[in-house]
Ligand binder design. Structure first.
Ligand SMILES: Nc1ncnc2c1ncn2[C@@H]1O[C@H](COP(=O)(O)OP(=O)(O)OP(=O)(O)O)[C@@H](O)[C@H]1O
Ligand SMILES: [Mg+2]
Length: 250
């Protein structure tokens, strides 16, 4: 049976991301003989303009779940929907159009950009990739300038390679590159864990502010419960393959 009632249809229409019955295991060990089960029948629904925290111990499967949500890894079973549309049912063209609107911000700032290119070259490449009939590269360039001003990044930084920027500066450029795609959903996979505590808080607040201003839904993955409590609309915990809602603080 695959029928949905009016209430469920209404909820799905508001959903940016829907995950249902997701299972994932990996083959490990000699000749892949050992199987570890990472996700067991996971269900998650994410609405626009919210920051959902994903908390859990190392190895719990947080990155795996974030990547599955973005279509970067395949689940063994289960369904994923983007903006209420079943991802498996999308045509190649539809998937190509929606794909850039589901973005990821990585943990390691140094790995976010090619080490031998200036930031300008990397961002120009992204603009070239994203420009289309409806959005010219001049419009995207203008948007990048605005975002740089909003994030207090000097133009001079664009001429440099990533190794000569601070972690906080690179994470802000990485966030700008995500935002150029006009995303509806962002997985921020421990985006502040390699930064010092002061910059950590700044970057985390910037992501939260961006979610509100740009009508973006964020899945913020972290081991830092206090940070998630300060930042998130709700916090989910992933442990032993299952996701459950953590009670908000206080
Ligand atoms: N491609 C893979 N092949 C085999 N095992 C994998 C693969 N990717 C992840 N794993 C295993 O799956 C488990 C979950 O990994 P995952 O990276 O999703 O955890 P995590 O919660 O993000 O951990 P951390 O907090 O350390 O980043 C780990 O035991 C990991 O070793
Ligand atoms: Mg991880």
């Amino acid at each position: 049976m695959n029928e949905t009632g009016p209430l469920e249809q209404n909820n799905r229409a508001r959903e940016v991301l829907g995950i249902e019955g997701i299972c994932k295991s990996y083959a490990q060990g000699l000749f892949g003989r050992k199987k570890i089960v990472v996700l067991k029948d996971v269900r998650l629904s994410i609405e626009p303009c919210t920051v959902t925290g994903l908390f859990g111990p190392s190895g719990a499967g947080k990155t795996t779940l974030g990547d599955i949500a973005l279509g970067l890894r395949r689940p063994d079973r289960g369904r994923i929907s983007w903006l209420g549309r079943d991802v498996q049912g999308l045509s190649g063209e539809e998937k190509k159009a929606l794909r850039p609107r589901f973005q990821k911000l990585f943990q390691d700032p140094a790995l976010s950009f090619a080490p031998f290119l200036s930031l300008k070259q990397s961002l120009d490449d992204a603009i070239c990739f994203l420009s289309s009939g409806s959005r010219s590269s001049a419009q995207l360039q203008k948007r990048m300038d605005t975002l740089m001003r909003e994030m207090k990044l000097e133009r001079e930084l664009l001429e440099r390679t990533p190794d000569s920027l601070s972690g906080g500066e690179i994470q802000r450029f990485a966030l700008i590159r995500c935002l150029l795609a006009d995303p509806v959903f962002l997985v921020a996979d421990e985006p502040t864990s390699r930064l010092d505590p002061l910059v950590q808080a700044q970057v985390a607040r910037l992501i939260q502010k961006t979610a509100v201003q740009k009508n973006l839904a964020v899945l913020f993955i972290s081991h830092d419960l206090a940070l998630l409590q300060a930042l998130c609309t709700r916090i989910m915990s992933l442990e032993e393959g299952r996701v459950r809602l953590l009670q908000p603080k206080g």
